[in-house]
Write a protein that binds this ligand. Structure first.
Ligand code: NAP
Length: 683
């Protein structure tokens, strides 16, 4: 029988080794389904292709272009998802497990596509923060910018999420503008390869943007340089080895590690048996022990309960575990599939042996945990351990049995609970089940420095909660210490891991040009054409309108007070206003001033400006009083063309000044501007 040899995708073509290599098996039946081998692959050429072909092309695209490409990929993958579910069963995943991996992964990619399109500019440089004034006259200023690193992003992934693991890393890296080399864990590479193949078939990304190595990475790490990024997910042991690779050290290669972790779930002292929080805690613990047969980096390993409730917790968890149906995940009634393979089961059993030197088994039979009736597959029935002396032990805080295994530990008070949770020495996540926010506050203060994510579950949020074990694209995933000391995702934070932040110093003119955003003090272009008459592409950064003056009168203030209903004393009475040193005498409403400013700067006729969708960074700097004369300056500050639309967003630097040239108010006006001089219709 010939075994299907999985292929790598390198240098713009599919590549296959000349020998079979490692055998990949169906987790339930043990049948060989494919083999993987990368022997003979030129790792240095793979890196070169990424840097010289993929990176160069990706960096020519804007953030908006890259986000749009990710969107196309995500949507198409969603259409193909059933093909992936079929393969996913062979990894031991039930349909529900597969949903987390496949649809969770595609959903994460789509989140990056849509948030990237919305939150990042249609540009190649990302500005970080405001301009920093560095000189008295304002001719020398600073601006931080982000640009993509010029190397390759090497993604070394774990076996348990063959789809999610690839897509959650790929999204931010491509969005940043870095080419990616995916190295999936060999055991489940057949699923990653299938998804990757679909992405390549779409031909949406430029050549070299994505490559895949199935099998070992070979000598790849020997050729890294300071522009590459390694993002590793897997065990703490492998992370240590790779992080200390001589090349990673000597080239200061950016190295991110998401490793294993001994995550805690704490039942609050107020969550008495029978309470909503107690019931949901039990459900969550059972879910975390059985989803993906406990092979989740975020799974609950330490069940921390007040000593008074230990019997009730043990009985309730045992009752629910008893009813879990274990078997081949292709069967619709099965709730928990096998581990990924028999080697993995051997590892879990060995970890279990160590844990049993410190804790008692209170549910399951470790000696028969291989689930007798399904001998061919890598099945392992759930095992619940318990100890009342967690503080005295070491293994329960250090050894991750990466399967359906968790340990109950009792705590005496909140300090004790915090100490026990911290003994994991850095974890990805902890959850706290309490309806008492004072308990929540104390636990959060103690736990946060040791955790990347904390879930505080109470009856108000529990029905909509995404649960203890789910990393989410908008939130950071990662943790300190043992968990790897890195972060992933977290919305646009995840994109920045693939970029270099550089502090630029120079003149306002230069920084306006480099950053694509008007810097105060830079050249302004005034012409006889009102900027509101210019279609999007005719507008230039620095195009400016200086308005005529308007005198502020008492009638203005009183009319505005009546119209708006805002009769605050400082606008209505000189005597009352004088009691407040901020005003001294009667002042105009700030909102009147920005309304009056709009009256001074708008061009009233139908034209390219489609609408004003808000103001940013509004500050009222100096009060305006009856008799003051105000004027406004409006300067085109930043432009971002909306992809596939016939309009773009234009941000205007706006400053209201008084007769002495003092700033009264400063803000950004946000408008949508058509690419047509006379648009047919808005939108
Ligand atoms: P692993 O054995 O450490 O392997 C992880 C990855 O590293 C695999 O792709 C593996 O490839 C590769 N690898 C191993 N040795 C390497 C070397 N010398 N050079 C380059 N690559 C190497 O971990 P695993 O068994 O796949 O995954 C389970 C572990 O991952 C658990 O401990 C779990 O907690 C952790 N995990 C953490 C997270 C997280 O986000 N924090 C997520 C999932 C899993 P091969 O498969 O080819 O050996």
């Amino acid at each position: 029988m010939t075994i299907r040899r999985l292929e790598s995708y390198v240098g713009g073509r599919w590549w296959r080794a000349s020998a079979d290599g490692a055998l990949l098996r169906d987790a339930s039946t043990g049948a060989v389904i494919a083999c993987a081998n990368s022997e003979g692959l030129d790792a240095e050429a793979v890196l070169r292709h990424a840097r010289e072909i993929g990176g160069r092309q990706l960096r020519r695209m804007t953030f908006t272009d890259r986000a749009a490409a990710l969107r196309v990929i995500g949507k198409r993958l969603m259409e193909l998802k059933e093909e992936f579910y079929e393969l996913s069963y062979a990894t031991g995943a039930t349909r529900a497990d597969g949903w987390v991996d496949i649809e969770g992964g595609i959903g994460t990619l789509l989140t990056y596509a849509s948030r990237g399109g919305r939150e990042l500019p249609n540009a190649r440089v990302l500005l970080d923060g405001d301009v920093e004034p560095l000189s008295r006259r304002g001719t020398f200023v600073g601006q931080h910018v982000y640009l993509p690193l010029a190397g390759a992003a090497i993604h070394i992934n774990a076996f348990n999420f063959p789809v999610w693991g690839m897509l959650e890393k790929l999204g931010p890296a491509i969005l940043a503008g870095m080419p990616v080399i995916v190295k999936p864990a060999t055991t489940t590479a057949f699923l990653t390869e299938a998804v990757f193949r679909s992405i390549i078939d779409m031909a949406v990304l430029p050549e070299g943007a994505l490559q895949l190595i199935v099998g070992s990475v070979g000598s790849l790490l020997d050729h890294l340089n300071c522009q590459d990024v390694v993002s590793f997910t897997g065990s703490a042991g492998t992370a240590q080895r790779l992080k200390s690779h001589p090349r990673v050290v000597s080239e200061s290669v950016r190295f991110m590690a998401e490793t294993d972790s001994l995550n805690s779930a704490i039942l609050g002292p107020d969550a008495v048996p029978g309470s909503v929080e107690f019931d949901r805690y039990i459900r969550e613990v059972v879910r975390e022990m059985t989803v993906k047969a406990g092979q989740k980096c975020t799974a609950i390993r330490k069940i921390l309960v007040p000593s008074a409730y230990v019997d009730a917790v043990q009985a309730a968890i045992g009752a629910q575990l008893q009813s879990i149906v274990i078997g081949d995940p292709r069967r619709a009634d099965v709730q928990m599939g096998p581990l990924v393979g028999v080697e993995q089961r051997t590892e879990v059993l060995s970890a279990l042996t160590s844990l049993l030197t410190e804790a008692d088994c209170v549910f399951g039979r470790p000696e028969a945990a291989t689930h007798d009736s399904l001998a061919a597959g890598a099945f392992l029935a759930p095992v619940l351990l318990s100890t009342s002396d967690g503080a005295a032990h070491r293994a329960v805080h250090r050894i991750e049995a990466f399967g359906p295994v968790a340990t109950m530990l009792t705590y005496t008070d909140l300090d004790d609970a915090i100490t026990l949770a911290r003994r994991g020495e850095g974890s990805l996540v902890a959850s706290v089940f309490t309806a008492d926010d004072a308990v929540a506050e104390e636990l959060v203060l103690g736990l946060a420095p040791y955790h990347g994510r904390l879930l505080i579950a109470n009856r108000q949020c529990i029905d909509e909660s995404t649960g203890h074990g789910s990393p989410l694209a908008p939130l950071v995933h990662g943790g300190p210490g043992r968990a790897g000391g890195s972060e992933e995702m977290g919305g646009m934070r995840g994109v920045l891991h693939y970029m270099q932040r550089t502090a630029l110093q120079g003149s306002p003119d230069t920084l306006t040009r480099l950053g694509g955003r008007y810097v105060r003090g830079a050249r302004q272009n005034t012409s006889s054409i009102h900027p509101f008459r210019k279609p999007f592409h005719d507008l230039a950064i620095g195009d400016t309108l200086n308005s005529i003056e308007r005198v502020i009168t008492v009638d203005d203030i009183e009319d505005f007070a009546d119209l708006s209903g805002d009769h605050f004393y400082a606008h209505m009475s000189d005597v009352e206003a004088a009691r407040n040193a901020l005003f001294g005498s009667r002042v105009a409403h700030g909102y009147f001033l920005i309304s009056a400013a709009a009256g001074l700067f708008v061009d009233a006729d139908y034209g390219p400006v489609l609408g004003n969708y808000g103001l940013d960074s509004l500050r009222f700097v100096k009060p305006a009083k009856p008799g003051d004369r105000i004027r406004v300056r409006l300067t085109c500050k930043q432009k971002s063309l909306r992809r596939d639309k016939d309009w773009g967003e234009v941000r205007w630097d706006t400053e209201i000044t008084n007769q002495d040239g003092e700033t009264v108010a400063a803000y950004d006006v946000l408008t949508m501007v058509s690419i047509h001089a006379i648009p047919d219709q808005a939108g």
